[in-house]
Design a protein around this ligand. Structure first.
Ligand SMILES: [Fe+2]
Ligand SMILES: [Fe+2]
Length: 173
């Protein structure tokens, strides 16, 4: 086994091969490095520009809400697979919220609760809507944020949310 580190969320993955996506935050493999060459994106303690701060605060709110919605959807899921999938999506979005709190150097806010449908199909539709909104927002934030590490983080998150859309679309067809 080897140690691989995700530069976006900072978690180490122990395994034979580099995973295609980070198991914790979902970042694509380009952001996962062998332990001896990995550089953390999240542990940078620089003072942030106002625009980056605003972008991260908005992302934190969005990710906390997504976490609560996906937790609701997991609870309503009709199959074991969909239950497990939404539980993981909820954790990935919480991980994104945690990344924001680390960059903002603040505590994680209390997790609220959100409503969702009793129907998986309706929840899939809502999930695509949420992920679509998040991915376009992060693409914008990657451009407007000034610091390199914040740009990298939003680039990674934009891709993760796009990958979530691909995942959910497979359940619809
Ligand atoms: Fe990660
Ligand atoms: Fe997210």
């Amino acid at each position: 086994m080897k140690t691989f580190i995700c530069e976006v969320c900072g978690y180490a993955y122990l395994g034979e091969e580099k995973p295609k996506n980070c198991p914790f935050c979902g970042a694509r493999h380009a952001f996962i490095k062998e332990g001896n060459v990995a550089n953390p994106v999240v542990n940078v303690k620089d003072v942030l520009s106002d625009v980056s701060k605003k972008n991260l605060e908005e992302t934190l709110k969005l990710e906390m809400r997504a976490n609560a919605i996906y937790t609701c959807m997991a609870g309503k899921a009709l199959t074991y697979e969909i239950n497990k999938m939404y539980k993981r999506l909820a954790k990935v979005e919480l991980e994104h919220a945690i990344i924001c709190t680390k960059l903002l150097n603040i505590e994680l806010p209390e997790i609220g609760s959100e409503l969702c449908s009793d129907q998986d199909v309706e929840n899939f539709r809502k999930t695509i809507e949420l992920e679509d909104h998040a991915s376009s927002l992060y693409s914008e934030f990657a451009k407007t944020s000034e610091e390199k590490h914040v740009k990298i983080m939003f680039t990674a998150l934009n891709q993760v949310e796009l990958d979530h859309i691909i995942l959910i679309k497979k359940y619809i067809i």
